[in-house]
Design a binder for this molecule. Structure first.
Ligand code: FDA
Length: 389
């Protein structure tokens, strides 16, 4: 059978593109080396898939070109995906911060995408080895198949043990497309010996505002045996580069709270004042870091203000991140300057498309990355069908 398009990768982006193109009449083949489709969907959101976010806006995405994602996101929105979810009778709920999850299981999202692909007569071949890809006479040849259109939807290298790979970048480079240096994102930080103190608070989570390079997120921070994690940290990690400092406001209004504590309990030490607002072990570690030896009643305004400064601007200089093994996504990727923002087609290689995480568009934590997979997948799917038509 001849195909109008071959889509490499049966993840969220590839399945969405395949379903849209297939239902619009294109003959589509999907190839994936995994033994089942949508593996990352299955493990996402703790098994319930945070499939989109009510607050999707272009500024929730990082890219060398912050305008690139606008077109696709506005033509297939979170509301469009939600309508599809509802059409399939999948019960959902908003957990927090606009994040939408399945009530039951992420398997329902994969089932929905496969049903949509079946409706479009999409041929999905799993456990496929891609091997060498060639391009001749206007056709792309891969794994014994050929078609005039080829979609790179193989994601990024995050979580290699699940079969994730950087093959998207190899294919892009083979066709002369630039790749923005990929790096792990939405990833925990590692801390060095100077922060050993915080190893004692492993497992403690506390709300905080985390800041890196002007980006700021108000969510939980988790202290781990390796360093820092939790949603606020994962969010700022996407904005972090080696050498950058991470600052935490761990006790908002600290100056006011410490002065109030001094008035109410002048015989107490700093740890007791902190323990009124923070978990005990964390209060202990922070008091040690601040090193205020006297009782609160003997501390001057300046001393209390300096302690408050530390608490509202607690600074860490991570030694690195936990890398692709723990990164929820990969930032960087196929340079958007190479692609049409309307169709995701490579400007210099007619018939070649790139979508999803393979592209240099990275969303915040909270359903944004799947929305990019859906939106970019729909954009390419429509273009494939139009060209095939
Ligand atoms: P994706 O990686 O999903 O699919 C790529 C496909 O290509 C895979 O099926 C893979 O097997 C295949 N492939 C790769 N290399 C290949 C090769 N060499 N040959 C053949 N096939 C190959 N996002 C979100 O919005 N909400 C959430 O709740 C979560 N949760 C989450 C949890 C965890 C643990 C991770 C790791 C990630 C998330 N994410 C997330 C991010 C989200 O999973 C991710 O952004 C999307 O899956 C990207 O979709 P793609 O289709 O682009 O790639």
């Amino acid at each position: 059978m001849t195909h109008d398009a071959i889509i490499l990768g049966a993840g969220g982006a590839g399945l969405m593109a395949a379903a849209v193109a297939g239902q619009a009449g294109a003959k589509v083949l999907v190839l994936d080396h995994a033994d089942r489709p949508g593996k990352k969907i299955l493990i996402s959101g703790g098994g319930r898939c945070n499939f989109t976010n009510l607050g999707v806006e272009p500024q929730c995405f990082l890219s060398d070109n912050p305008h690139f994602a606008k077109s696709a996101l506005s033509r297939y929105t979170q509301w469009d995906f939600l309508a599809l979810v509802e059409k399939h009778g999948i019960a959902w709920h908003e957990k927090t911060l606009g994040q939408l999850f399945c009530d039951d299981s992420a398997r329902q999202i994969v089932r929905m995408l496969l049903d949509e692909c079946a409706k479009g007569g999409v041929d999905i071949r799993l456990s496929a080895r891609l091997g060498e890809i060639t391009h001749a006479d206007g056709r792309f040849h891969v794994a014994g198949h050929s078609a005039p259109q080829l979609v790179i939807a193989t994601g990024g290298p995050s979580i290699p043990k699940m079969g994730a790979s950087g093959v998207a970048y190899d294919i892009a480079r083979q066709f002369g497309l630039n790749v923005i240096a990929p790096r792990p994102a939405l990833v925990p930080f590692t801390l060095g010996a100077q922060d050993n103190l915080f190893k004692e608070v492993t497992g403690i989570a506390t709300p905080a505002t985390a800041r890196v390079n002007g980006a700021s997120f108000d969510e939980a921070v988790l202290f781990t045996h390796k360093g820092l994690s939790g949603p606020a940290i994962l969010q700022v990690s996407s904005y972090w580069h080696p050498g950058d400092a991470v600052s935490l406001d761990i006790l908002p209004r600290a100056a006011e709270l410490l002065r109030d504590a001094r008035r109410r309990m002048p015989r107490a030490h700093l740890k007791a004042a902190l323990a009124e607002h923070l978990p005990n072990r964390l209060a202990d570690a922070l008091a040690t870091r601040i090193g205020l030896a006297t009782e609160l009643g003997n501390a001057s305004d300046a001393t209390l203000d300096a302690a408050a400064d530390t608490l509202t601007n607690l600074t860490f200089r991570p030694t690195g991140t936990e890398g692709y093994a723990k990164a929820e996504v990969t930032a960087g990727g196929i340079d958007t300057a190479e692609l049409s923002s309307k169709t995701m087609e490579a400007r210099g290689v007619p018939g070649l498309y790139a979508i999803g995480e393979a592209v240099d568009v990275t969303g915040w934590l909270g359903g944004y990355n799947f929305q990019w997979a859906w939106s970019s997948g729909v954009a390419a799917g429509q273009a494939i069908a139009a060209r095939a038509g």
